[in-house]
Design a protein around this ligand. Structure first.
Ligand SMILES: *Cc1c(COP(=O)(O)O)cnc(C)c1O
Length: 362
């Protein structure tokens, strides 16, 4: 069934049982779908995100993760508001791109791709720029694998009384967090990352008391999170437009498998084990990681080319032949490639990967 496993951070390797659920056709008007699949997913997503389930709600939205990031930015920032974007990679920069498209008033604090967003710098900036109303940050910057200090940043943002938007696309479900404890107002993730579903929709965990201010803000119909939420809420799981039914059904299975595994804590532990075996093994073969260990997430790991004339294409092709698909690098300042630790992949797979690398010519 599997010609190779994907060691890429989404789409990623999914279980056979997740894929198998897509063999049934679902009617979007029937309660088998709305009530028993969509509404259950919405409820369990909120439970996964926080213990304070009364204060939050969830919105599912067609498209990839970026659609949800754009939907949140476009549905929350009004005329007169100003957004501060904290960026240390391509996904932070993409939020700036979205703000440009929407003509949103914003500032960007850009940090080096190999460093975390600086808590002191953000504190200082907010102290001197009272006009900022919202702050947006990426939790795990998948560009490099750096894990931003979300807890500390969230604390500062809340001390200054700003709204907080978090792109937790590649961390939610794989790294423990509680949106209410952190003070997050809008958190975004998608089906094909740590929940281990297949691609086709994303979701937003929103603080109810903030979501109500989104009514009428969006200038895009299909990306209006308030309208999407209202229809889902009143229609008990109804989507405004055709929903990716098979993908949603697969996601429900993926959520059940997350629970069976032991929840986010257990999954986080597995990802950390995957990462440890990968890094120890690669280092024993002479590879170096791009990032120091103390800012590295267990989600995806960047490795420097081992020598100047390293032929990534050939390395990639040989590993693919042996059953492993890895990922090219995405940063300009160093030649790197990336290996994802997330998905239906286990420490055994990483042991085999290291053997495969060892027997590869590069
Ligand atoms: C995957 C990802 C996204 C969304 O990317 P899509 O290609 O639109 O799915 C956004 N932010 C981060 C940090 C991601 O890892």
């Amino acid at each position: 069934m599997r010609p190779y496993i994907l060691l890429t951070p989404g789409p990623l390797t999914t279980s056979e049982s997740v894929k198998a659920t897509m063999m049934t056709d679902w009617c979007t008007w029937d309660e088998d779908y709305n009530l028993h699949i969509v509404e259950e997913i919405r409820k369990s997503l909120v439970e996964l995100a926080t213990k304070a389930t009364d204060e939050y709600t969830s919105i599912l939205l067609q498209g990839s993760g970026t659609y949800c990031v754009e939907a949140v930015i476009g549905s929350t920032i009004k005329a007169g508001d100003k957004l501060l974007i904290l960026s240390n990679g391509a996904y932070g920069d993409r939020m700036g791109n979205i703000a440009e498209y929407h003509g949103i008033h914003y500032d960007m604090l850009a940090f080096d791709e190999t460093e975390q967003v600086s808590v002191e710098y953000v504190d200082d900036y907010l102290a001197h720029n009272a006009e900022i109303t919202h702050v947006a940050i990426v939790h795990c910057e998948t560009t490099t694998g750096v894990l931003n200090p979300l807890k500390e940043i969230a604390h500062i943002v809340k001390m200054h009384g700003k709204k907080l938007i978090v792109d937790a696309m590649s961390s939610f479900g794989g790294v423990p967090l509680d949106v209410q404890e952190l003070g997050i107002d809008f958190m975004i993730s998608s089906a094909n990352k740590c929940i281990q579903g297949v691609p086709g929709f994303g979701f937003i965990i929103a603080r109810k008391s903030e979501l109500k201010y989104c009514k009428g803000v969006s200038k895009s119909l299909s990306l209006d999170i308030y309208d999407q939420w209202e229809t889902m809420e009143k229609g008990h799981g109804k989507w405004r437009f055709t929903s990716p039914t098979h993908v949603v059904r697969a996601f429900k299975q993926a959520m059940e498998e997350l629970k069976e595994e032991g929840g986010v804590t257990a999954r986080y532990k597995r990802y950390c084990e995957n990462h440890d075996i990968l890094v120890k093994g690669m280092r024993s073969l002479g590879f170096e990681t791009l990032l120091p260990d103390n800012i590295q997430s267990p989600i995806i790991t960047s490795f420097l080319y081992p020598k100047k004339d390293f032929d990534f294409k050939s390395f990639y092709a040989q590993l693919k032949e042996k059953g492993f698909v890895i990922y090219p690098g995405k940063i300009s300042q160093a030649d790197t490639f990336r290996i994802g630790n997330i998905g239906d992949v286990y420490p055994e797979d990483f042991k085999h990967l290291i053997e495969a690398v060892q027997s590869t010519k590069y």
